[in-house]
Ligand binder design. Structure first.
Ligand code: ADP
Ligand code: MG
Length: 588
């Protein structure tokens, strides 16, 4: 192929314009992005070589090299991974395929400052290079292709790029950044090593740099021929917990999740037994915009014996925990496992159950520490005896569960219908507003502890909004009697609660369903009055029934109202008005 000039896809041109016309608080993320691509390329080679070992050619040790040339003002990142054919270079570097980048594009506000900040948080993959370079040259050869079929790709990050055929002996890719005037700081061993340590330490390949030694005569550092690894070169989850700092866990989370915020909690374990695997699971702080998309994939990456197999491994997490991010590395699954095979595997089932247990345990822990230590009292009013260390930890985690619940509580409720085995655990994790608390903070256990003598059920009402729930005429009698009622306003509440007939032996009862029998809490006099009223209003009821024939199943005298003249109720076992609306809006 002789030299060809091609245009970028319109979206790329738009993105590049933004990248090159903004100033950044953290330019340095470009290196994270390029090293991550180099590492992905090595993962891809390792994966393809499972079936075709010859792809390794004569270089079986996968690695990334970072080198700079002060005189030429270039910074070069070289990998010996899968490489790109000419067609692949045109396609992969000329269009945007990455969903993370598309997501980023969708969030652009037009405000240059805000958008620039977004780039730093998301990273925009390969194009991040143009933050520091006014020209990028990529030279590559795909593993398995002859040396004569190498490709050179060059662009100044404006509307177009050039491609041509080159001779390239080495398999893999070199990305050569021609640094801008204001990016001279990256022509420094110390600076590069620092950035690699911050963002790329967890990369499982060695990242090599040339050694530098102090030359006293010239009184400057000189570059040696010898290369040395500047990262730990072992995947983060394969290292012992005690060797990993909190900051490293957080950075790793940001890399795998494309989330800029630190996670609320994580759990890292090696599970041994009949199924062996390592799990590193994170609870994000914020729900993604598409949490409610039914097709949203799980956030778990699957590795088998440290070889990357797939992103979004749905089978490893139940759907209601689709927002959990992390990595599972299995010692048992075959390397060529497919999504179909995953669905059927017994090991996968065991891993999914183990993951679920672990996430619920993390949530239980956050829920336990949700209140600040000063106010942490046992239910019997006795303050728990806690060590200073526990107190400190608790203070740190105070409020996290409330924050978690506001983001993911509704998704968690889906579990009641989906995961019968963990229904009780899930029920304990639920929180609601109530007639005694505007904050969504009342657990079923809290409620039970406040039940009136003789109260036989946990009462709740469902409505579209908190205001509607609170003002419902159905609550009048409960208010008068001082009986707490849980106020449920999530769309899934009604459906979810249909799977939870009771909590810890106490039945759940909707105040909007059927006849409310308050049992012993109702005075004998009131009951008698109601019966009398029913008798004397019989003719009126008959008339009402006749005129509402098509609209109401039944009309009856009730004791549930105090001030309002009438209210609508549904039969026990029928869909409530809220659920009926939900089903209607779903087209059923
Ligand atoms: P992402 O890495 O999320 O796919 P990028 O913008 O970082 O998005 O990279 C775009 C694509 O370019 C990659 O998916 C890959 O196909 C190709 N690519 C980039 N760098 C390399 C590399 N070092 N080796 C092989 N392919 C690469
Ligand atoms: Mg990338």
């Amino acid at each position: 192929m002789s030299k060809q000039t091609l245009n970028f896809q319109a979206e790329v041109a738009q993105l590049l314009h933004l990248v090159t016309h903004s100033l950044y608080s953290n330019k340095e993320i470009f290196l994270r992005e390029l090293i991550s691509n180099a590492s992905d390329a090595c993962d891809k080679l390792r994966f393809e070589a499972l079936d075709q070992a010859s792809l390794y050619e004569d270089a079986p040790n996968l690695e990334v090299r970072v080198a700079f040339d002060k005189d030429a003002r270039t910074l070069t990142i070289t990998d010996n991974g899968i490489g790109m054919s000419q067609a692949e270079a045109v396609e992969h570097l000329g269009t945007i395929a990455k969903s993370g980048t598309k997501d980023f594009m969708g969030r652009l506000s037009g405000d240059q400052k805000k958008d620039a900040q977004l780039i730093g948080q998301f990273g925009v993959g390969f194009y991040s290079g143009f933050i520091v370079a006014d020209r990028i040259t990529v030279e590559s050869r795909r593993a398995g292709l002859p040396a004569a079929e190498g490709v050179r790709w060059v662009s100044a990050g404006t509307g177009d790029f050039e491609v041509e055929t080159i001779e390239r002996a080495a398999r893999g890719t070199s990305v050569i950044l021609h640094l801008r005037e204001d990016a001279t700081e990256y022509l420094s061993h110390w600076k590069l090593q620092q950035i690699i340590g911050k963002y790329s330490d967890h990369i499982s390949l060695p990242i090599l740099m040339q050694k530098e030694t102090w030359d006293a005569e010239k009184s400057e550092y000189v570059t040696q021929d010898e290369w040395e690894a500047v990262n730990s070169a072992s995947a983060l989850w394969t290292r012992p917990k005690k060797d990993i700092s909190g900051e490293q866990y957080v950075e790793f989370y940001k890399v795998i999740s494309y989330d800029q915020e630190a996670p609320l909690a994580w759990s890292h374990n090696r599970v041994e037994g009949s199924t062996e695997y390592t799990q590193l699971l994170y609870i994000p702080a914020k729900a993604p915009a598409d949490l409610w998309n039914r097709d949203r994939k799980a956030g778990i990456k699957l590795y088998v014996k440290r070889v990357f197999i797939m992103d979004e491994a749905d089978a490893l997490m139940p759907a209601y925990l689709r927002w959990v991010k992390g990595v599972v590395d299995s010692a048992d699954l075959p390397l060529n496992v497919s999504r179909e095979l995953l669905q059927e595997s017994r090991d996968v089932k065991a891993i999914r159950e183990g993951n679920t247990r672990r996430v619920l345990a993390m949530l239980e822990d956050l829920a336990r520490k949700d209140k600040a230590p000063e106010t942490a009292e046992g239910q019997d009013g006795v303050t728990d005896v806690v060590s200073e260390e526990d107190k400190a930890e608790q203070a740190q985690d105070a409020g996290k569960y409330t924050a978690f619940y506001a983001e993911f509580g509704a998704a968690l409720k889906e579990g009641l219908g989906e995961d019968f085995a963990n229904r009780e655990k899930l029920a304990k994790l639920l929180r609601f507003a109530s007639t005694q608390s505007d904050a969504v903070s009342v657990s079923f256990a809290d409620y039970k502890a406040r039940m009136k003598d003789g109260q036989k059920a946990i009462y709740y009402i469902t409505a579209d909004t908190l205001a509607a729930a609170k003002n419902s005429p159905q609550l009048e009698l409960f208010r008068k009697k001082g009986i707490e009622v849980l106020l449920m306003t999530d769309r899934v509440d009604e459906w979810a609660l249909s799977f939870l007939p009771e909590f810890d032996g106490t039945p759940l009862q909707s105040v909007a369903k059927g006849a409310v029998d308050l049992g012993e809490l109702q005075d004998e006099d009131e009951k008698k009055a109601a019966e009398q009223a029913a008798e004397s209003f019989k003719p009126v009821l008959e008339k009402l029934k006749a005129s509402l024939k098509d609209k109401a199943k039944d009309v009856r005298v009730t004791t549930r109202l105090v001030d309002s003249p009438a209210c609508l109720v549904v039969e026990d076992g029928d869909y409530s008005t809220q659920l009926a609306r939900l089903l209607k809006s779903a087209g059923q």
